[in-house]
Design a protein around this ligand. Structure first.
Ligand SMILES: NC(=O)c1ccc[n+]([C@@H]2O[C@H](COP(=O)([O-])OP(=O)(O)OC[C@H]3O[C@@H](n4cnc5c(N)ncnc54)[C@H](OP(=O)(O)O)[C@@H]3O)[C@@H](O)[C@H]2O)c1
Length: 242
């Protein structure tokens, strides 16, 4: 029977690349997204033929909907072996100028799904004694991030979720890891001006942004070769933080 993976942020650059790779690896897919219907349709059509694909639209800013969709997923799918938490938003702003709404949105999209979706799906993983949870953090999850303090707070929470849950589930066959990218060429970087992007690029030793499929490479590694790893946050940033 095909294994099933759930990917949040599947309509985005990184989530989409991971979904494509999981499809090639033979997984059936549950693609979660916020609002980009056209993007998710295009992704579903591009996937390896034969993959069983279900798209689930859920705006994580709506807490009640996130909770009910998570519960429905648990009722309907007893075969999810992989959860990829790739949904995320960022906001570049001085901390004291950020509106309460923007702050709450960061918490809702970047942190709340870690709790609601994971909580709903873990019991089946524990029962089967196998499962992988991989979340997308950021280099700012463990470093000082001027202008992105609130975003960095959410990624710091994601990294502690990763380490704590890995410890809690380590003797139950469920592995929990995270990837901390530097600059990856996706829509989320559109919040940088052209000059900010140029400055960022010149500070990356590899002199280029990463590609979403390079993050997918690491996900594939964790699911295949990296079976003796849990609780790890792996940085992929072209040398930016060295
Ligand atoms: N690209 C980078 O340089 C970089 C670096 C470090 C970390 N990251 C992290 O990587 C992850 C993926 O980012 P990306 O680069 O792929 O960005 P992206 O292309 O902008 O994708 C973001 C994804 O998050 C989803 N999302 C946004 N708001 C949502 C909401 N309210 N409810 C549900 N889903 C929502 C989007 O869905 P819809 O568009 O359908 O709403 C989209 O699928 C994020 O967690 C980000 O923080 C990215």
């Amino acid at each position: 029977m095909a294994k099933t993976a759930l990917v949040t942020g599947a309509s985005g650059g990184i989530g989409g690349a991971i979904a494509k790779r999981l499809s090639v690896m033979g997984y059936s897919l549950i693609l979660m997204y916020g609002s980009n219907d056209a993007g998710i349709k295009a992704l579903a059509e591009s996937l390896t033929s034969g993959s069983n694909v279900e798209a689930v639209r859920c705006d994580f800013k709506d807490g009640a909907s996130l909770d009910s969709v998570s519960r429905l997923l648990n009722e309907k799918h007893k075969d999810i072996e992989v959860i990829i938490h790739a949904a995320g938003i960022s906001k570049r702003e001085l901390f004291h100028e950020m509106s309460p709404e923007d702050f709450e949105n960061l918490i809702s999209v970047n942190i709340r799904p870690l709790y609601y979706i994971t909580r709903a799906l873990i019991p089946e993983m524990i029962e089967k004694g196998t499962g992988d949870i991989i979340s997308i953090s950021s280099i700012w999850g463990s470093r000082a991030a001027s202008m992105e303090v609130a975003y960095a707070m959410t990624k710091g929470a994601l990294e502690q979720f990763t380490r704590g849950l890995a410890a809690e589930l380590s003797h139950m066959g469920v592995r929990v890891n995270a990837i901390a990218p530097g600059g990856i060429d996706t829509e989320i970087l559109s919040n940088l001006s052209i000059s900010e992007k140029d400055e960022f690029l010149s500070d990356i030793p590899f002199k280029r942004l990463g590609r979403p499929d390079e993050i997918a490479d690491l996900v594939e590694f964790l699911l295949t070769k990296g079976r003796y790893m849990t609780g790890q946050v792996i940085t992929m940033d072209g040398g930016y933080t060295l």
